[in-house]
Design a protein around this ligand. Structure first.
Ligand SMILES: Nc1ncnc2c1ncn2[C@@H]1O[C@H](COP(=O)(O)OP(=O)(O)OP(=O)(O)O)[C@@H](O)[C@H]1O
Length: 273
């Protein structure tokens, strides 16, 4: 058994002729905040999709607390403690904040519909627990004022916070955050940074994040894993990775290929890469 909370061992994913993720190994220990960085197309989202069970690996292994997830059906990754947010909001826009958070909770509840009929008492207890947990998360994320608002009417920053809440409602051991601050203003970004640190400190949840915002990466990460063309460039403490020649080259190469700077490159540049 490995001592790591999450461990990816030589993970590869191909799409036809494209190797989106190529022999990547990484780990996250309890209480750690680890970031995955890399220019557009580096394989970050694919790596997240593999880690959260959205798609299977072509080869390699993913372990959580030493348990190999290769035989675990995708929808059960969540019951093994892997929670995530998505790059494009994946909330139920017509539902309220509370309803969206309850959906997250239900993803990990044990009671099936048949169980609910046969064991009404247990189902009811779980439902009460779910509502209590959702209320705790609402308080934690300071979204009491919008708890009964329809999600589609909320600002983008608020919706992102609800998505964070829905992922927390699954009671993850590790939370995968896919570009959580993309499209946010500075104030919203600072709020999210604070929540990420609080999630680790107060809830004891480890975090793996994909992030283009280099200020955020440098501020909150314990370790950074840099990818390019699906392959690990380097891994280490934020300042080591930022100044690593291969990382600088990858970002400059991406900028040159694009004929300027945007997205990852601009963010990386502004972060002093
Ligand atoms: N479903 C798919 N089918 C075919 N190719 C894919 C698929 N998903 C990703 N790819 C390819 O895999 C490579 C890695 O893509 P991925 O989206 O993982 O990169 P990324 O680092 O997340 O990029 P970005 O920063 O733009 O989100 C790209 O070349 C992409 O075109």
């Amino acid at each position: 058994m490995s001592g790591h909370l999450l461990q990816l061992k030589n993970v590869t994913r191909t799409f036809g002729g494209i190797t989106a993720v190529n022999d990547v190994s990484l780990h996250v220990d309890p209480g750690e905040i680890v970031s995955v960085i890399g220019p557009n197309g580096a394989g970050k989202t694919t790596l997240f999709n593999l880690t959260s069970g959205v798609m299977p690996v072509s080869s390699g292994r993913i372990l959580i607390n030493g348990t190999d997830l290769s035989k675990v059906p995708p929808h059960q990754f969540v019951t093994h403690g892997i929670g995530r947010t998505f790059q494009n909001l994946a909330l139920f826009k017509h539902g309220t904040v509370v309803e969206n958070l309850l959906v997250g909770r239900h993803w990990r509840m044990k009671t099936s519909v048949l169980d609910a009929v046969l064991h009404f008492g247990r189902a009811r207890r779980e439902e009460i627990e779910a509502r209590e947990r959702v209320e705790e998360i609402i308080e934690f994320l300071e979204i009491e004022a919008i708890r009964d608002h329809v999600v589609g009417t909320l600002s983008y920053g608020q919706q992102k916070r609800v998505e964070l809440g829905r992922a927390l409602a699954t009671d993850p051991k590790i939370l995968l955050l896919d570009e959580i601050v993309a499209g946010m203003n500075q104030e919203e970004t600072e709020d999210i940074a604070r929540f990420i640190l609080d999630i680790r400190a107060e809830l004891g949840i480890a975090i793996l994040l994909i992030e283009h915002d280099m200020h955020l990466v440098m501020d909150i990460s314990d370790r950074v894993h840099a990818l390019n063309f699906g392959t690990t460039l380097t891994e280490g403490r934020p300042e080591e990775v930022r100044s690593h020649p291969k990382v600088i080259e990858a970002y400059l190469g991406a900028r040159a290929a694009r004929g300027g700077g945007s997205g990852a490159v601009a963010a990386a540049g502004s972060g002093g890469l």
